[in-house]
Design a protein around this ligand. Sequence first.
Ligand code: FMN
Length: 216
Amino acid sequence: MYAVIINGSPRVKKYSNTDKIIEKFAAGFREQGGSFDIYEVSDRCQWDKAREAFCDNDNIIIALPLYVECVPGLLMEFLETLPKKDSRTKLSFILQSGFAEGAQLRCGERYLQILAEQLGCEYGGTLVKGDNFSIRFSEGKERDKLTAPYRKMGQIFGQDGNFFASACRKFTSFEVFPLPLKILLIFIFKTVQRRSFEKIARQWGCSKPLDYQAYK
Ligand SMILES: Cc1cc2nc3c(=O)[nH]c(=O)nc-3n(C[C@H](O)[C@H](O)[C@H](O)COP(=O)(O)O)c2cc1C
């Protein structure tokens, strides 16, 4: 199976979490005999080739991060340049985000389903998962651990050609955190996580406390 994969993040490839996710997904897809080409929306020089690939092929995956609860503006601009196709083209999505709860991605997921219809394409489903903030801050084995689950999803897509399998739906994990977990997370954010944010801020040269209010 051949697929065109479009990275819809406005972040350049080197810093894009979506890029690292695509890398693992593509490895799993390749294990099932899949082949693919990847295009980056962040690089405007690739737009013509990406549009051409969209027009000439019938299996398209757009991988994108959730930006302010929906589609990044730059991707939206690219999407507006795409022509309408017919139902011989299948359009599937990998929607990923920073915050972990699946519920906050559902509006974006619905939008993508409508988008596939508006482009005249068959909808191949959306793989939905959050909790990806830290991918680009990690390296080596730690990054591998964070992105590894996408390999299995690539294998499933390589077999089914869509994201409708129950394993893809379960992949989202928590739709909404249960109350005890919320309480635990609040505690972690106020203690361990805060110290880790302070460390990062110091490394980036910040000398003021994280809650410093310059104009108060
Ligand atoms: C401008 C901006 C807006 C974002 N909005 C959301 C959001 O609404 N919900 C969320 O869970 N994550 C949000 N994020 C986090 C990204 O979805 C997350 O870090 C993602 O992995 C980034 O992928 P990328 O590096 O390929 O762009 C936002 C990030 C940025 C930079």
